[in-house]
Design a protein around this ligand. Structure first.
Ligand code: UGA
Length: 420
C-alpha cells in the first residue's frame, strides 16, 4: 500500500482521497482552503454526495486519511501526488490550467525523490508534458489518469469503474500508477499521456452528444406524435447503442459537459477543423433549453406568469447548480417577464432573482405553470391534487418525463412532457 497525497479536495479530490483510503492506502488530502480542511478534519462533507460521509469517517477512524493546508510538507512525504485541482473554462474555450500550474510550481522542489505526479481532474490536452517541464526533475514522473466519476454516484463509480486509464511516457511510472488500483476489478488501458487526456474529452463529448441525440429524437416524436420513451426503449435494447445517457431532458449541464465539449471544439479548431458532430450536439443543447421555456410559456396566457420550478440542481442527488439547465431556463423565463419560485431538496438560498422555497407546494403558491426540471425521485410521488390547490393555473411541463401523466391530468392539469 502506498503513501498518497491528493492536492485539491473538491468533488474529484475528496472522492479519490476517501476511495484510495478505503482501498488501504494512506492518504493525505491537501487544500489551500483552511475552512474546507477544518470541516473535513471534523468529518464534515462540504457538499451532497451519497456515501461520502461514511467513507470519510472510516478513513479518519482507521487513521488512513488526514487533511492539511500545508501542501509542501504533504507532497514531500508522498510516493504519489494526485492533482485534483479545478480547471475552469478559459476565455478561448480551452480549460484554464493556471491553478494547476501555480500548484505545480510551488510544490516542484518539495516532491519526494522518485515520486509520481498524477493528473486526475480534467486537464487540457498536453498538460502532462507541460507539468513535466514545470517540475523539471529527472526523478519525478508525470502520469495522466483521468477520472470518470459522476456527481451523485461518485463513490460507486470510484469503486466500480468501467475502466482505468493510465497515460505515461515511462513504463515503470505506468506500472506504479496501476498499482494504486489493483484491488479494483476493471480493465486498465495503458497509453501515452496525450491519448489519455483525449480519452476523457472524447468520453464526455460522446455522452453529451448521445443525450443531444435523444433530445433531437424527442423533438421528432413530438412532431410525429410518437412516444420518445417507447422509441428510445426500442433503440436502447440494441447493445451497440445501450440505454444509458439516452434520456431526453432539459439539456445537459453541470461542471463538466458544457466545459469539456467547448474544450474539444476549441482543440479541433486549433488544428483547423470543426468537430461537426459536437457542433450539432451543442446547438441541440442550446435549443433544448429554449424549447422548454417555450413549452412553459405556451401553457399560460398571462403576460407576467408565475412559474413554480421543481428541481434547480443540474441533476438529482447533488446540490450542484453549476451550469444547471434549470437555472438557465429560470433566467430565460424571468427575462420574458415571469416570476419564478423554485424548490429543490438540496437548495436553500435564493439564486439571483429566483426565489427559493423550502416546500414543494409552497413554491407553487399562485403559480400558473409548474415546471419539473430535475429528476429527483421524490417529485414522482408529490400530490397533483395538492399542487392544484396551491396553483392558480393548471399547466405542468415535465422536462424529465418522471410524473404520471394520468395522475396530473386527473387533477385537471394540462400535461406536457418531452417527446411524449
Ligand atoms: C460527467 C460524466 O458522466 C463523468 O463520467 C465525468 O467524470 C464527469 O462528467 C467529469 O468530467 O467530471 P457529471 O457532470 O457529474 O459527470 O454528470 P452526468 O451524470 O454525466 O450528467 C451530465 C448532464 O447530462 C446532467 O445535466 C444530466 O441531467 C444530463 N443527462 C444525463 C441527461 O439529460 N440525460 C441522460 O440520459 C443522462
Amino acid at each position: 500500500m502506498s503513501q498518497v497525497c491528493v492536492v485539491g479536495t473538491g468533488y474529484v479530490g475528496l472522492t479519490t482521497a476517501v476511495g484510495l483510503a478505503h482501498l488501504g492506502h494512506t492518504v493525505i488530502g491537501a487544500d489551500i482552503n483552511d475552512e474546507k480542511i477544518a470541516t473535513l478534519q471534523a468529518g464534515g462533507v462540504p457538499f451532497v454526495e451519497e456515501g461520502m460521509a461514511d467513507l470519510l469517517a472510516e478513513g479518519l477512524r482507521r487513521k488512513r486519511l488526514s487533511f492539511t493546508t500545508d501542501v509542501a510538507t504533504a507532497v514531500s512525504k508522498a510516493e504519489f501526488v494526485l492533482l485534483c485541482l479545478p480547471t475552469p473554462q478559459g476565455a478561448d474555450g480551452n480549460a484554464d490550467l493556471s491553478a494547476v500550474r501555480a500548484a505545480v510550481k510551488s510544490m516542484a522542489r518539495h516532491l519526494a525523490a522518485d515520486s509520481v505526479v498524477i493528473t486526475k481532474s480534467t486537464v487540457p490536452v498536453g498538460s502532462a508534458f507541460e507539468i513535466t517541464t514545470l517540475i523539471d526533475r529527472g526523478d519525478v514522473m508525470v502520469v495522466s489518469n483521468p477520472e470518470f466519476l459522476r456527481e451523485g454516484t461518485a463513490i460507486h463509480d470510484f469503486m466500480h469503474p468501467d475502466r482505468i486509464v493510465i497515460g505515461a511516457q515511462d513504463q515503470a511510472a505506468a506500472a506504479r500508477a496501476v498499482s494504486l488500483y489493483l484491488k479494483l476489478a476493471a480493465p486498465i488501458v495503458v497509453t501515452d499521456p496525450v491519448s489519455a487526456e483525449i480519452i476523457k474529452y472524447v468520453a464526455n463529448s460522446f455522452l453529451a452528444t448521445k443525450i443531444s441525440y435523444a433530445n433531437a429524437v424527442a423533438r421528432l416524436c413530438e412532431e410525429t406524435s410518437a412516444d420518445v420513451r417507447d422509441v428510445l426503449l426500442g433503440v436502447g435494447y440494441d447493445t451497440r447503442i445501450g440505454h444509458e445517457f439516452l434520456k431526453p431532458g432539459p439539456g445537459w449541464g453541470g461542471s463538466c459537459f458544457p466545459k469539456d465539449t467547448q474544450a474539444l471544439l476549441s482543440l479541433a479548431r486549433q488544428y483547423g477543423f470543426e468537430f461537426e458532430p459536437l457542433v450539432g450536439a451543442v446547438a441541440v443543447n442550446d435549443q433544448q433549453k429554449a424549447r422548454v421555456v417555450d413549452k412553459i410559456m405556451k401553457l399560460t396566457d398571462k403576460k407576467n406568469p408565475v412559474v413554480g420550478i421543481w428541481g434547480l440542481t443540474f441533476k438529482a442527488r447533488t446540490d450542484d447548480i453549476r451550469d444547471s439547465p434549470s437555472i438557465a431556463i429560470a433566467e430565460a423565463l424571468i427575462e420574458r417577464g415571469a416570476k419564478v419560485v423554485g424548490y429543490d431538496p438540496t437548495v436553500e438560498n435564493e439564486i439571483g432573482q429566483i426565489t427559493v422555497s423550502s416546500d414543494p407546494y409552497a413554491a407553487l403558491d399562485g403559480a400558473d405553470v409548474l415546471a419539473v426540471l430535475t429528476e429527483w425521485e421524490e417529485f414522482r410521488w408529490l400530490d397533483a391534487e395538492k399542487a392544484a390547490e396551491a396553483m392558480r393555473g393548471r399547466g405542468v411541463v415535465d422536462a424529465r418525463n418522471i410524473l404520471s401523466r394520468s395522475n396530473w391530468e386527473h387533477a385537471g392539469f394540462e400535461y406536457v412532457g418531452i417527446g411524449t
